[in-house]
Design a protein around this ligand. Structure first.
Ligand SMILES: [Fe+2]
Length: 417
């Protein structure tokens, strides 16, 4: 934990803000909605509510002398993957948790909130404050998952109910894609400074880049429809072998949530089904689809170092969760720079999620947070319209398996120069 501990007052304010945001995200949901687990990779909202609470109990409150858990079984039910903290319910079974009731889970949250507030208002050591900050970033990570998981649950419901009726405005016309040149060379990537970062963003280190070009904006639905219309999903030569296998096995014919009705593409959004507009960003594609689309485009996906080299000089702007759109904004002219680097949609990179040179897994159970997943996943950069702004930084490395489609994942193209 190399980052600075926030002051108790700042942390207390931030604690209230983050926990309050989670509660607000649940407001449109019924107790029935909150129990649905639509696939093994997605979790019920109720489980997210309890798991993020357990995290504070297990990693912060458990450090206090005389601590007694709120409930003896909750460690088993709501531990996600920390082997050092004991056995646990397997992930595909989270949807079985009709008990404890939602009311009990909410009482659990209140109980832990009370204990955390008391701790932060009195005697929290800098170590406990740092652990609390990790817990808050952890909860913000789960805020995005609450939304992507409920989108998968409601989008799979035959009635296609909306999470929220208010659709995000989609005015705007996507500008033509331009290629922004970067000279390459020796650059430094990774987290720097005393602010918060996960261990996997460190150590900062030097990489060599060949000159490259990066697309000025993310790929739009119009760009992607051209790939579809050109038989993109039926041409194995465009796909990686594993990707083609996944495409065949899963019967992919378009991005997740797309459906053709009477010759027109519709997509399910958090505001319900809506016609696909050519100018909006394509999202819900897997790494395999992003890679095939890039190959068809005569391009490739950027590496995470290329992305970070460009992002280093661009102010962080764009629609994050705070903008409350719950859907990416269309691309707009931005005076000739590189647009949409941040917010809107996570950008698949060509980089495998592996340790940075010199990385050491932190000691203790928290060492399991990131390090043990550094295999068989790809890095995504930039954040999305569901990512809380205060959770994001340029060095952020998100990671998912190459066939994952339910996150708000889009495509930025790159080319060699
Ligand atoms: Fe978690």
């Amino acid at each position: 934990m190399d980052f600075e501990a926030p002051s108790p007052a700042d942390l207390l304010a931030r604690y209230g803000e983050v926990r309050g945001t989670t509660a607000r995200l649940c407001e449109p949901l019924s107790a029935e909605d909150m129990l649905v687990q639509s696939m093994p990779q997605a979790s019920p909202t109720k489980w997210h509510l309890a798991h993020t609470t357990w995290f504070f109990e297990a990693f912060v409150l458990a450090e206090l002398p005389g601590h007694r858990p709120f409930h003896e079984s909750f460690g088993y039910l709501f531990n996600s993957y920390y082997n050092a903290l004991g056995d646990r319910l397997s992930r595909p079974k989270r949807g079985l948790l009709s008990r404890p009731s939602l009311a009990q889970v909410m009482r659990y949250r209140e109980h832990v909130d009370g204990a955390m507030r008391q701790l932060l208002a009195s005697r929290a050591s800098s170590n406990l404050r740092r652990l609390t900050l990790i817990g808050l970033h952890h909860e913000q990570q789960h805020q995005e998952l609450i939304l992507t998981d409920i989108k998968h649950a409601l989008g799979g419901n035959p009635l296609k109910p909306s999470y929220r009726d208010r659709p995000a405005a989609l005015a705007g016309v996507a500008p033509p894609l331009r290629w922004m040149e970067h000279p390459g060379g020796l650059i430094d990537i990774g987290h720097a400074g005393a602010g918060f970062a996960y261990d996997n963003e460190t150590p900062r280190h030097r990489v060599f880049l060949r000159p490259f070009r990066l697309a000025s904006r993310l790929a739009t639905c119009g760009d992607y429809m051209a790939f579809l219309d050109d038989g993109g999903y039926s041409r194995p030569e465009l796909w990686l072998s594993d990707g083609w296998d996944a495409c065949q096995r899963e019967g992919w014919q378009a991005p997740l949530y797309w459906e053709k009705t009477e010759g027109r593409w519709w997509q399910y959004t958090l505001a319900g089904p809506r016609r696909v507009r050519e100018d909006e960003l394509v999202i819900h594609v897997s790494f395999y689809e992003a890679d095939a689309f890039a190959r068809w485009s005569g391009a490739r996906l950027p590496t995470e170092a290329e992305w970070e080299a460009v992002a280093a000089d661009v102010p962080v702007a764009g629609s994050f969760l705070d903008a409350d759109r719950l859907h990416p904004a269309p691309a707009e002219e931005n005076g000739g720079g590189t647009a949409q680097l941040f917010g809107e949609a996570w950008q698949w990179t060509a980089s495998p999620y592996v340790a940075y040179p010199g990385y050491r897994t932190p000691e203790g159970a928290l060492g399991e947070y990131n390090g043990k997943f550094m295999c068989n996943q790809l890095v995504l950069r930039g954040g999305s319209c569901l990512t809380p702004r205060s959770h994001f930084r340029r060095s952020y490395r998100n990671f998912f398996p190459p066939d994952a489609r339910w996150q708000f994942s889009g495509v930025r193209l790159a080319r060699d120069l």
